[in-house]
Design a binder for this molecule. Structure first.
Ligand code: F6R
Length: 241
């Protein structure tokens, strides 16, 4: 079931998303957050950092699982999601490194996928944060991914590599061709899901997610089957609704 909130701009989106996160942090002694990378959550992460500084909000018992990681990038690579999460969030909170989890895109990927899923089986994610790809992907579950998928290795679509080229161009590097991602079934296990999207290039994907048929061709449409999904979109992302 969707609760759709349309806001005027990215700043309001980030503030509203922060209120949802804060609610979960307050509710639970040891909350488990599923986190995302990319541009969409940056404002939310900054709001969490500001709040932590101002109000000393405690993250020492917070546990996190990230959705995905590129294959082949060492952790220290500037564009690895490990580095992204540390620079943009974890380094600025009192979260414990041993409570932070990302799938590893190095070494035996089959083994890593199984290990990540096994680790997650010990918890239930209280709140899973999602962005959405312009092609409707969630995590890196590209169109065509079966709904019963668990953590697995994916070949990134050319459109996704193009969307993400902005991060790699300054380094004069190519976007990796593969990633390891939580599967659709892994994502759906979360108690509550918060999906955020801004900008015109997300409008079609948001329309398909909310109003289209539930089909692997539009991976986010599977969220129609989840009991508790909050969608926060700005006017542009909501422009086709
Ligand atoms: C990131 C992720 C992706 C992004 C999506 C949108 O961990 O799993 O699904 O959420 O590609 O990316 P942005 O927010 O950069 O538009």
């Amino acid at each position: 079931m969707f609760n759709v909130i349309v806001v005027k701009d990215y700043q309001e989106l980030s503030q509203k998303a922060f209120e949802v996160v804060k609610g979960v942090l307050k509710e639970k002694e040891s909350p488990v957050l599923g986190l995302a990378t990319g541009s969409s959550p940056l404002g939310l992460y900054q709001a969490m950092i500001d709040d932590h500084k101002k109000n000393q909000t405690d993250y020492s018992k917070v546990i996190t699982f990230n959705l995905d990681e590129y294959v082949g990038l060492p952790r220290e690579h500037q564009e690895s999601y490990y580095t992204f999460m540390h620079h943009n969030l974890f380094d600025h909170l009192n979260i414990k490194e041993e409570h932070v989890h990302l799938p590893s895109g190095l070494g035996d990927l089959e083994e890593n996928s199984k290990a990540y899923e096994a680790l997650m089986a010990n918890y239930q994610i209280d709140l899973q944060l999602l962005g959405i790809g312009s092609n409707g992907h969630i995590g890196f579950n590209e169109p065509g991914t079966p709904f019963d998928s668990l953590t697995h290795v994916v070949t990134l679509k050319e459109s996704t590599r193009k969307d993400n080229a902005r991060f790699f161009e300054p380094l004069k590097e190519e976007v990796p061709t593969h990633a390891i991602t939580m599967g659709i079934q892994s994502v759906l296990k979360a108690k509550k899901i918060l999906l955020i999207a801004s900008g015109k290039n997300k409008a079609q994907a948001i329309y398909n997610m909310l109003k289209g048929p539930v089909t692997p061709e539009h991976p986010a449409s599977v969220l129609q089957n989840h009991p508790d999904v909050i969608v926060i979109v700005d006017k542009e992302a909501a422009s086709l609704l």
